[in-house]
Ligand binder design. Sequence first.
Ligand code: ZN
Ligand code: ZN
Length: 344
Amino acid sequence: MTETRTISHHAPPPKQHQNGHTTTTATATTTTTAAALDDVFDASCEGKEGPRQQMELVWRNIVLMSLLHIAAVYGLTLVPSTKALTLVWTAVCYTISGLGITAGAHRLWSHRYKASAPLRVFLALANSMAFQNDIYEWARDHRSHHKYSETDADPHNATRGFFFAHVGWLLVRKHPEVIEKGQKLDMSDLKADNVVMFQRRYYLASVVLMCFAVPILVPWWFWGESLTVAYFVPGLFRYALQLNATWLVNSAAHMWGNRPYDISINPRENRVVSFSALGEGFHNYHHTFPFDYSTSEFGWRQNPTSAFIDLMCSLGLASDRKKVSKEIILARMQRTGSGSNKSG
Ligand SMILES: [Zn+2]
Ligand SMILES: [Zn+2]
């Protein structure tokens, strides 16, 4: 069960919408359930943006995020006095928690390839290590981000500026449109996934264990790292770095880079983001073809998450990877791209 499904049929011409977005219904012929379309752009939100909502600050989050980032900067100053093994451990925790987001919450649970129970358990634990809301909430927000991209119903609407798209959206109450439209998304696939619902039920305990206890106590217990260094370097510094790497996909990759696949949308190809976010910076491609498991035209290039998923498939732990054919990609580039490829 390691097949890759290549999407090679002819897609109908894209619909051009008022705000310049284009959508293709190419996915409709490969996936037939309503749920399978909930990560594809939907123009129904367009033209409804009223006056900007009065922003209601969430002071608890503002204080916690500020403290975290101060602690992370302090952790950075401790790096020179950190044991080499602890630095390796920090990189390991960064990679595992990164995969919990990229291979887990994003590509598996938001965009759907198939993973066996052991792999889903690993990815759920890795996801708790990243502490970015539970999988169900992360995937619901992310499907809204694709379906209602850059409207009020997009949780981190990048038209509201870099800071809002990066972290500001987590520091204010959600826009009513985000809540209303988010509730209408079909999340039945995740409700039927026992691993996802178990992680949601015991989320806080899993975060205490995976995001804090394991990264901090392992270097202290096994090679005698000081508890202070373990707390601030593989603990808080690694956590804050991972958060910012993920947030850059929503901020930087919606602002800076090429648009070889669809020039009418804001998401872009951004190499820096691909590097920090384990291959998630091919964002013009990803918003154009959200169902492609690789989120990129270029396979493993700058894309360790795709290499990980391919490895899992070769071990029989994952399957049903959807990939867009070269012909479809080329046709789409000629039709809607900027003519500025070679971005990978
Ligand atoms: Zn995006
Ligand atoms: Zn996505």
